[in-house]
Unconditional design. Structure first.
Length: 251
């Protein structure tokens, strides 16, 4: 049965599914980068699967490099799966319950910006690798701990709780795949800028990535947080830095 946390996460994404693809820049860029990495390695025949596919950015990028190759798009949000064109294969499934049942072990498990929404991401990652066919490839992009230093600093300075989502530890994810051949382990930094830190925070709600396990800040606490947000020395803008881990693993 789907947990209350997963239900909340999936409801938030479903509410913004129609706008998701045109509102995400970072996710687009990461999907293309991950698809290029996949393109450079040998991937066997057998099921190719995009886990937490959302509107299909990663599966579409993979298909661009491999025309004719079917990539099964798995997501817990029906509204997200409805954004895909009718000609692709989709599966509605809650990944918090584990991988879906498959007729044969997958040759490719790819996933971008989904694993951190699952409780115990390292355990899921380990299970994903174990489910691969021998010689199969796991390709993962996920934001990790160390992201959003500006948000954490602002919360400390304003003496309010930091309500940012907790991200998995990159070393723990690396450890989870250590029984296999790690082809790539990159930790990339991306910084979003805005005149107003409130815009940076609003961008989460705009794409449905606003489920939180924290109590939301009240008006006064939010104003203190925004006032305390550090400004870039050169541009004077408010920044928000993501650290995204890319892992490419062969079983
Ligand atoms: C930030 S979006 C990423 C979508 C896509 N991979 C991309 O890079 O644009 C996260 C996706 O994970 C899905 N998701 C979150 N929790 C899930 C769960 N428990 N089971 C299945 N999908 C889940 C959401 O519905 C959403 O489509």
């Amino acid at each position: 049965m789907t947990s209350p946390w997963s239900e909340r996460v999936l409801q938030c994404f479903s509410a913004k599914a129609a706008d998701y693809s045109r509102s995400v820049t970072l996710q687009h860029a990461i999907a293309f980068r991950l698809a290029e990495h996949i393109h450079r390695v040998r991937v066997l025949d057998g099921p190719w699967i995009d886990l937490g596919s959302g509107s299909g950015l990663l599966a579409d990028a993979i298909s661009l490099h491999h025309p004719g190759r079917s990539v099964l798009r798995v997501d817990g949000s029906v509204a997200m799966l409805q954004q895909h064109s009718g000609r692709v294969e989709t599966l509605h499934h809650d990944l918090a319950l584990g991988l879906p049942e498959l007729a044969s072990p997958p040759a490719l498990l790819a996933s971008s910006f989904c694993l951190h929404w699952l409780v115990s991401p390292a355990q899921h990652l380990q299970a994903w690798c174990q489910a691969l066919a021998p010689d199969g490839i796991l390709a993962l992009a996920v934001p990790i701990a160390g992201s959003f230093p500006q948000w954490h600093d602002a919360a400390d300075a304003a003496e309010v709780p930091c309500t940012a989502l907790s991200f998995p530890n990159g070393d723990a994810l690396r450890q989870a795949v250590s029984a296999h051949q790690v082809l790539i382990d990159q930790r990339l930094r991306f910084t979003q800028c805005s005149e107003a830190p409130s815009e940076l925070l609003r961008s989460f709600a705009n794409i449905g990535a606003d489920a939180t396990q924290h109590h939301p800040l009240g008006g006064g606490a939010m104003r203190r947080l925004l006032r305390a947000w550090p400004r870039d020395n050169v541009t004077g803008q408010a920044n928000l830095t993501w650290v995204v881990q890319l892992l490419l693993v062969r079983r």
